[in-house]
Design a protein around this ligand. Structure first.
Ligand code: BES
Ligand code: ZN
Length: 458
């Protein structure tokens, strides 16, 4: 399957030239922990295949990497330069990257699973974020106490609207790869769709978030509903707008429809926007919907945005990710991703399911790597939660291929509609302050111990 790694390899051989990477220059062995050699900057030379690259990866993937590196010249021993929360920092010959991607896919049955860093400094920053002390569990500043808003808005969710948006994205923009012209055209289309939903709401803004071209030419799209009484606190619901296809994305003729990954997430969010803006609902906190650029090449759009919010000291109180909502691959309807997410917020999300869609079965599952944009927020210290279409490994096997189409979703958005109802509940409840007394049962608490992160009973 295509991964960020494939793209990085493409970058390294010069597709995007030297604009992005600042890799350590060639070193003769992997035994030194220092950033030996010089780095190539913006105008620097394209790194040669004999150079070494800094990567972070999980313990299980590290074992795969050790075997790969022993088989590729110069047959080095892999060094653990650092280790935090099950993530190892190491470096390996650039030439070993394609084989490592292949091995991780074969041995661990997942795409990617390691992050190639542009420099030692960037790798160190990632390790430092992981090393930051775990926050003591704190009460969330919101609760599950507004059925008066959630129930009517969730009832207004229209599956056919979701299907129409997935169909439009996956058939009119069949390659939304971040470097493809159609990847920019589709960003504009999403902006226009959302602006249409906001047409009667002058306080709502819809904007393209242009990234530095070295990050990606594809803009992210951001819709903002300003909060009434707590406007400085922000609730973010996001998904990625780009698509990819193994070994072909950069070919202009390549078809990478990405119906499930992730037109489904964008369509789900679009329906939440439509329903919320079609009502008189007004959030107390600012609510932002984001269609992130360039997720498939290393969480670039969300990474840049989360970094900007961190740098600005923004009070992002909750982030909800929607990536792949269209395919029912498990007995359970929804799986909450348990890693690179926040335990309290996950308990809240589980509580929303139990309170508002008690007919659904849900469970928890792990990606075991930062598999989507929630990780961009989580690694920067923001609370994130991610509701996924199935248990990991039982998800849509057609993603990153030509068959990631509406047909593979059974021609239906029934599964995605469950996520839209959940996301409506999330947007409403997280954006309104605690109101004791409205919802007289156990859910009414900002204390997440009142909710459960345990799967629902079959
Ligand atoms: N939607 C996928 C993530 C995913 C795939 C989650 C399968 C759970 C099961 C996402 O778009 C993706 O492809 N992510 C990359 C990693 C990213 C850091 C480039 C991947 O999984 O290879
Ligand atoms: Zn993907």
């Amino acid at each position: 399957m295509p991964t960020r790694v494939g793209w990085w390899v493409a970058v390294l051989v010069g597709l995007v030239g030297g604009i992005l990477v600042a890799l350590p220059a060639a070193v003769s062995a992997a035994t030194s922990g220092s950033s030996a050699g010089t780095t190539s900057g913006a105008a620097g030379p394209t790194p040669a295949v004999d150079e070494w690259v800094w990567i972070t990866l999980g313990e299980d993937a590290f074992a795969s990497a050790e075997r790969v590196v022993a088989q590729v010249p110069p047959f080095a021993l892999l060094e653990r330069v650092g280790e935090e929360r099950g993530v190892v920092l190491t470096r390996l010959p650039n030439a070993a990257i394609p084989l490592l991607a292949e091995r991780i896919h074969e041995e661990l049955r997942r795409c990617g699973g390691f992050v190639v860093h542009a420099s030692r400094a960037e790798a160190d920053a990632e390790m430092a974020r992981l090393a930051a002390p775990e926050r003591a569990p704190e009460a969330l500043p919101f609760a599950i106490d507004r059925p008066d808003w959630v129930v009517p808005l969730a009832t207004a969710v229209d599956e056919s609207q979701i299907l129409a948006t997935i169909t439009a994205l996956s058939t009119n923009f069949t390659n939304r790869y971040h470097l493809h012209p159609s990847g920019t055209a589709s960003a504009h289309w999403i902006r226009d769709l959302w602006a249409g939903y906001a047409a009667a709401r002058p306080e709502v803004t819809v904007a393209l978030w242009e990234h530095p071209v070295a990050v990606t030419p594809q803009p992210s799209v951001v819709l903002t509903i300003p909060g009434t009484t707590l406007p400085d606190e922000v609730v973010i619901l996001g998904g990625h707008q780009d698509s990819t296809r193994s070994g072909c994305s950069t070919n202009p003729a390549c078809v990478a429809p990405g119906a499930d990954d992730d037109a489904s997430g964008i369509a789900t969010l679009s329906e939440v926007i439509r329903v919320v803006l079609d009502s008189s609902f007004q959030p107390q906190r600012t609510v932002q919907f984001m269609a992130y650029a360039a997720e498939e090449v290393g969480l670039r759009g969300s990474g840049a945005i989360a970094q900007a919010y961190l740098d600005a000291g923004s009070q992002v109180v909750a982030v909800f990710q929607q990536d792949m909502t269209g395919y029912k691959g498990s007995a359970e309807d929804i799986a909450l991703i348990s890693d690179f997410t926040d335990p309290e917020l996950n308990a809240f999300t589980g509580g929303l399911l139990s309170a508002y869609q008690p007919e659904l079965l849900w469970t928890t599952t792990a990606c075991n790597y930062g598999c989507s944009d929630h990780a961009s927020w989580n690694t920067r210290g923001f609370r994130a939660s991610f509701a996924f279409e199935s248990r990991f490994g039982q998800h849509n096997g057609a993603i990153h291929g030509a068959n990631d189409t509406v047909a593979t979703l059974g021609g239906s958005a029934a599964h995605a509609a469950k996520f839209a109802r959940l996301a409506v509940a999330f947007a409403v409840e997280a954006s309104l302050d605690l109101v004791p007394g409205i919802f007289a049962d156990d859910f009414e608490s900002g204390d997440s111990s009142a909710w459960t992160m345990t799967a629902s009973e079959p």
